[in-house]
Design a protein around this ligand. Structure first.
Ligand code: NAP
Length: 522
């Protein structure tokens, strides 16, 4: 069994004492262990601030771009090995593993290009200089400088590769060092990925550190210049929000948490049209991809009541074609959940949903696996529920069942639709499928306050349409309310979390020449 080490202050170190075990979720075999017991996080954070931060701030954006490109290339060169680790420790099918690893490479490559486009500056100017009174001599101007602390990245178990890369990319682009702590249960892939990043030689000393195992006392050592970016459940997020040191030091905390994402079939959807097909295709993809273990997966599917039975019938037909089983089998499209705990949670969740909605496919305890031993592994079947009476729903709008599980809900009119959507208390993404422009406009207005991103699917974009569960670095990722209220990615927008906005006022000619050494952000 492999022992996963942490990389602190430029050295690979092992924790002592109690270790957590990582498993293969298909066979339940133990494959690695990780411990952080006794590791000196205080020194690691100081090292990142003093050594890594200084080196990164000395680099121009273009030089940071070169560094990110080297990281993307190094990961790309080890892609095959990384895909296998995702399949082994994450239960991913090859296609699911690609989604994670290729997403990591693409995000690093995107930020590499963005940094190149920012040229030789090392900080940004923000907007126009503005006169501060009647005198033409006194002006003010906003600037964005890299923060002088260290960014602590705590990631969820479902995207070990992308999670590491998307946070590292924005942080390094901004000029701030990071320490990444992936979720322990699936850390095998993140561990190897960090090894690859480090051995590329692209990272200046101290610019990146890595913790494998429990978070231990890490957060007790954060200082006011640091930031914490967290992805995971809203329960853990609540602990971080209440963390004494984070509160006392006023440490910015970005949270990416649970979400009950919606898909909406417009009232104009008709069977046999391209938009109807796009709707079904994307709903099925978002239920099945990564065995439903995506924060952006569709959990609630809204259709006009008169379309309910045909949509359910067509979804059943498409979902039934999926094969559940060992993820390395070529025909299998749905692998196991990542851990025994996730399987227990999903089964408990399905039972709760089934008190309000009728299971029409899948459910608990009815495994039908493709050429796979059903006695082993953390498998669940894709599960579809139908809520004929939306007035009784509570759990469907509040419980994120983190597996291949979704509920179809009828709506009577747009007001009814938006009111139900809002009961999710803030989600990452809504997708709306319609060719009716008035309905699309109304949907953007009606859903925007409760969603971080809205994907509009129509006949005109059916070809290039990108599934709503795919997070693109060009657009922001994050949602209001229970989704955490955070913002990641979105080009320069994601870098703002790692930068200090400072307003500078003074003699206008001085400000003008100082501004010339910055790159204008917008
Ligand atoms: P989790 O149990 O909340 O764990 C997330 C991370 O927090 C892990 O690295 C975990 O470490 C760490 N952690 C646990 N206790 C902690 C504490 N007291 N202080 C600091 N860190 C702590 O979530 P998960 O089960 O890994 O992930 C699934 C959840 O993440 C789902 O709810 C999903 O919706 C959400 N998610 C959201 C997004 C998004 O972008 N919005 C993306 C992916 C997933 P250990 O593993 O060592 O316990």
């Amino acid at each position: 069994m492999k022992t996963l080490t942490s990389c602190l202050q430029g050295a690979w170190v092992s924790g002592q004492g109690h270790a957590q075990t990582l498993c293969n979720p298909t066979t339940e075999e133990a494959i690695a262990s990780a411990s952080t017991h006794g590791l000196d996080f205080k020194k690691a954070l100081s090292y990142g601030r003093d050594v890594g931060g200084k080196a990164l701030r000395a680099l121009s954006f273009a030089e940071r771009g070169t560094m990110l490109k080297k990281l993307a290339d190094a990961i790309s060169a080890q892609r095959e090995e990384l895909l296998l680790l995702g399949m082994q420790n994450g239960g991913n099918t090859r296609s699911d593993a690609k989604f994670d690893v290729d997403g990591a490479i693409a995000t690093l490559a995107y930020y590499a290009e963005l940094c190149q486009s920012l040229g030789n500056a090392r900080f940004l100017s923000d907007g126009d200089a503005v006169p501060l009174g009647r005198s033409p001599r006194l002006f003010g101007q906003h600037f964005l400088f890299p923060r002088k602390g260290i960014a602590i990245h705590i990631n969820a178990y479902n995207f070990p590769a992308w999670g590491l890369a998307e946070k590292a990319a924005t942080c390094l682009a901004a000029g701030m060092p990071f320490l990444c702590k992936p979720a322990t249960s699936t850390a095998l892939l993140a561990h190897r990925m960090f090894e690859v990043m480090l051995s590329s030689g692209a990272l200046p000393d101290g610019a990146g550190q890595f913790v494998c195992g429990s978070v231990s006392d890490l957060l007790d050592h954060v200082e006011s210049a640091d930031v914490v970016a967290f992805t995971g459940s809203c329960e853990t997020a609540a602990l971080l929000r209440a963390h004494q040191q984070i509160i006392e030091k006023g440490v910015p905390l970005n949270v990416e948490a649970d979400s009950l994402n919606i898909a909406v079939g417009g009232p104009d959807l008709e069977r046999g049209t391209e938009t109807y097909d796009l709707f079904l295709k994307n709903v099925v993809k978002e239920i099945t991809q990564k065995t439903g273990q995506k924060c952006t997966a569709i959990r609630r599917i809204f259709v006009k009541r008169d379309k309910l039975s045909e949509v359910v019938e067509d979804l059943l037909e498409r979902l039934s074609q999926h094969k559940v089983g060992a993820p390395d089998l070529p025909d299998v499209t749905i692998g196991p959940l990542a851990t025994a705990q996730q399987k227990r949670d999903v089964e408990t969740g399905i039972a709760k949903l089934a008190k309000e909605a009728r299971i029409v496919l899948g459910g608990v305890g009815r495994l039908s696996l493709h050429q796979t031993d059903p006695e082993k592994g953390y498998f669940v079947m894709p599960t579809l529920l139908v809520a004929h009476d939306p007035s009784v729903l509570k759990e469907v709008h509040s419980l994120e069942v983190f597996g291949p599980v979704a509920t179809v809900i009828p709506y009577e009119n747009t007001e009814h639709l938006f009111a139900q959507a809002e009961r999710g208390q803030g989600s990452l993404v809504a997708s709306v499928f319609s060719d009716d422009r008035a309905f699309l406009s109304e949907s953007v207005m009606g859903l925007s306050a409760s969603h971080g991103r809205i994907c509009l699917g129509s006949e005109k974009v059916a070809g290039p349409f990108i599934p709503p569960g795919t997070v693109m670095p060009q657009l922001t990722h994050g949602g209001p309310g229970r989704a955490g209220g955070g913002t990641e990615l979105g080009g320069l927008r994601g870098m703002l979390f790692y930068m200090q906005r400072t307003a500078v006022s003074g003699f206008q000619p001085f400000l003008e020449s100082f501004s010339a050494t910055a790159k204008r952000a917008w």
